[in-house]
Design a protein around this ligand. Structure first.
Ligand SMILES: Nc1ncnc2c1ncn2[C@@H]1O[C@H](COP(=O)(O)OP(=O)(O)OP(=O)(O)O)[C@@H](O)[C@H]1O
Ligand SMILES: [Mg+2]
Length: 418
């Protein structure tokens, strides 16, 4: 059908209506109102030129905002809620390569809670965005997490927040790996393959923050994977109370100990095992163990680090000094020999964990560390972390992968009382 000239009296043809609507929206984009519902408007347009113009207005707004004296001035407080996802990058002040990231109108669905951001100016700044998730959630409303990331995009999804208490279920366990709870930001399970563990894993955290509970979850992973282990030693600095329940879990393989003398002997025996294993490996040209692991889980390390007596003539002092030496050797050389040492202590200080052992625990799972010096002893700078280790809620920890250096915030489930 040939198009009719528009006489201004009859109703305008659809193409003109669409064009006018587009102009109206373009004008409204400058005060934010027009961004509310703009994706639906954009998608409903049939004329490609209108769509392109509308999108260009959005890009233009972002470009103008990156200039030294941006106009319009945006009042983030008053900014309409439905329009906020479009200016999130601007709100966060995350200029990358001189450009604010933009909301992808093709793949985002605001109503269903999926927002994909494109970083045209450079690599997606996931670390900063992960840290700012609480700020993002506060501004957008609801609870947002990072669901996906590529070199130049970040996808946020809206989720119901994790409940304060998650319950453990054996279905969360996986073959050949430690289950370390749920990533509090992505809500995905966090797994650490036994082969990727460093020889030492350190679990610090103030009293009552969830260390022992985490060890119980870790022990569940060890028991479910007992076939990969030659032995699993559970050393309980609280007189065997907590670990005694595992005494018969895998007969001949799981050993529960708590007395000083037993623990000292274990350290001596394991150094011999390790020397032997290292020798075999040298002969066979093998570098890393992938099975026949030996796990040593020590809760409340401080109990064993403390010297038996200040009296230097006490013969136990010598044995204790040897124990610390053995432990250091285990932590330093254990990885290739298949040893996996997992120790908890309330504070990352030499009185609780010998410096030499600590230095070899590259992997860590840090629960709340309210003292500044302890938090910085674990992480150095606190700025780049997913959250502040001094303010972690009970049951949450910062898990640092000792091999990759990657740090994430995890929440452990609790064991159901039996
Ligand atoms: N992941 C968690 N989610 C919810 N509650 C938890 C979690 N972990 C621990 N709790 C609660 O906190 C209490 C203390 O936990 P836990 O015994 O593990 O702390 P801890 O760090 O070992 O303390 P301490 O240093 O005194 O031994 C538990 O009884 C439990 O009720
Ligand atoms: Mg405890």
């Amino acid at each position: 059908m040939a198009s009719q000239p528009f006489d201004g009296k009859s109703s305008p043809p659809p193409a003109v209506t669409e064009y006018n609507a587009m102009l109206e929206r373009q004008a409204a984009i400058w005060n934010g109102r027009g961004l509310d519902g703009v994706i639906e408007a954009y998608r409903s347009m049939t004329v490609e030129k209108n769509r392109a113009s509308l999108h260009e207005t959005y890009l233009h707004l972002l470009r103008r905002q990156a200039e030294p004296n941006p106009l319009p001035r945006i009042d983030f407080h008053e900014f309409p809620k439905g329009a906020r996802p479009h200016l999130l990058g601007l709100y966060l002040g995350t200029l990358v390569g001189g450009v604010y990231p933009r909301l992808c109108w093709q793949s985002s669905d605001i109503a269903r809670g999926t927002l994909t951001y494109i970083f045209p100016g450079g690599p997606a700044d996931t670390t900063t965005w992960r840290q700012k998730l609480p700020v993002i959630s506060a501004w957008l409303g609801d609870h947002w997490t990072i669901a996906n990331e590529t070199s130049n995009t970040i996808t946020l999804v809206r989720r119901t927040p994790l409940p304060e208490t998650l319950l453990f279920s054996p279905s969360q366990l996986k073959d050949g790996a430690l289950f370390l709870g749920v990533d509090a930001d992505t809500q995905k399970p966090v797994m650490l393959p036994f082969a990727d563990m460093t020889s030492g894993t350190f679990i610090p955290g103030a009293s009552g923050t969830g260390k022992s509970n985490a060890l119980h979850i870790i022990i569940q992973s060890l028991l479910a994977n007992a076939r990969y282990f030659q032995a699993i030693y559970l050393v309980d600095g609280k007189d065997g109370v907590a670990f005694n329940r595992y005494r018969n879990a895998a007969p001949g393989r799981v050993h529960v100990l708590w007395q000083d003398a037993e623990v000292w002997k274990l350290a001596t025996d394991l150094t011999a095992v390790l020397r032997h294993r290292n020798e075999l490996q040298r002969n066979q040209g093998i570098d890393n163990a992938t099975r026949d692991f030996i796990a040593v889980v020590i809760d409340e390390m401080a109990t064993f680090t403390a010297r038996p007596s200040v009296d230097s003539k006490n013969p136990d002092n010598k044995l204790h000094a040897k124990f610390i030496d053995d432990l250091t050797l285990l932590a330093r050389r254990g990885r290739s020999g298949g040893l996996r040492l997992i120790v908890s202590a309330q504070e990352p200080v030499v009185e609780q964990i010998p410096a030499s052992v600590r230095a070899n625990c590259l992997t860590s799972i840090a629960f709340r560390l309210p003292v500044d010096a302890h938090a910085t002893a674990m992480f150095g700078q606190l700025d780049g972390l997913p959250t502040d280790p001094r303010r972690l809620p009970r049951g949450q920890a910062l898990f640092k992968n000792g091999l990759s250096g990657d740090v994430r915030r995890v929440q452990f489930p609790v064991m159901r009382r039996t």
